[in-house]
Ligand binder design. Structure first.
Ligand code: SAH
Length: 243
């Protein structure tokens, strides 16, 4: 009948919404990604079906298969939960699933989730729009480096906090682009690995060190003066950034 596109949040059960929890408890079948925490998966009733569609092979065709799977499950079950890490519409291709389901005439409800893009810096004590230091925040993918069409260095220098998802593997390219674009090498940054889980790890540094940091995905990279908050050593160096 209905497919619920549910955001599982970035970590364990504590960052799942109450709406998400209630739907999991009455799901007939749950279709989930690789990033969803084991503790959240443990909430799925034992009688419900559980399908892992984690894109280990990453091919575009697999998205078409996931869409077809959701449509066929909706025809056979009352409550199909499509569980995605974080928020269903922050990357992760939730929008494509919504459109495919709508095209097939399947009723869909979206259950927003806590996105790692905002939860990771928050959990690390970094207020991404701290008054006086940032007047906005930009969430971008670092999957293929940073889009060369956009002057991210300039935006960041003017007080926009940059939050990069899927950037761990391209961190050297990302740092090179930003420094090459004129962002000072001493711009503060933070890397938050496995945010909101018991394995959370926060590294604070300057932009010039990004390439040499050990980072394991999933990780969020935060660049901008706000990344120095709570770290006077970084802040002193960053105070001339937004002159
Ligand atoms: N829809 C998700 C994002 C999917 S893209 C959301 O809203 O959070 C996958 C990327 O999200 C990862 O490469 C990583 O950058 C980030 N991510 C997801 N969960 C994370 C976590 N617990 N800690 C740090 N980064 C995370």
């Amino acid at each position: 009948m209905t497919v619920y596109l549910v955001g599982a949040g970035p970590g364990g059960v504590d960052t799942l919404t109450v709406r998400g929890l209630r739907l999991l408890e009455r799901a007939d079948v749950v279709v989930h990604d690789r990033l969803v925490d084991q503790d959240v998966l443990a909430l799925i009733p034992s009688g419900a079906g559980q399908i892992d569609v984690g894109k280990h092979r990453g091919a575009a065709a697999s998205q078409a298969r996931i869409n077809a799977l959701l449509i066929s499950l909706a025809r056979r079950h009352d409550c199909v939960v499509r569980l995605k890490g974080g928020d269903p519409f922050v990357f992760g291709r939730g929008g494509e699933e919504l459109l495919a389901l709508r095209d097939a005439g399947v009723p869909v409800e979206i259950v927003p989730g806590v996105t790692s893009a905002l939860a990771a810096p928050a959990a690390a004590g970094i207020p991404v729009t701290h008054r006086g230091l940032a007047h906005g925040v930009l969430i971008v993918t670092g999957h293929a480096g940073l889009d060369p069409e956009i002057d991210f260095a300039d935006l960041c220098r003017r007080g926009v906090t940059l939050v990069v998802l899927m950037g761990a593997e391209q961190r050297e390219r990302i740092a090179r682009r930003l420094i090459g674009g004129g962002l000072p090498a001493h711009t503060p940054l933070a890397v938050i690995e496995r945010a909101c889980t018991s394995a959370e790890r926060v590294v604070r540094a300057h932009l010039e060190r990004l390439a040499s940091l050990e980072v394991a995905p999933p990780a969020v990279i935060v660049v901008g003066a706000v990344a120095a908050i709570g770290r006077p050593d970084l802040r002193a160096l960053a105070k001339d950034l937004h002159a």
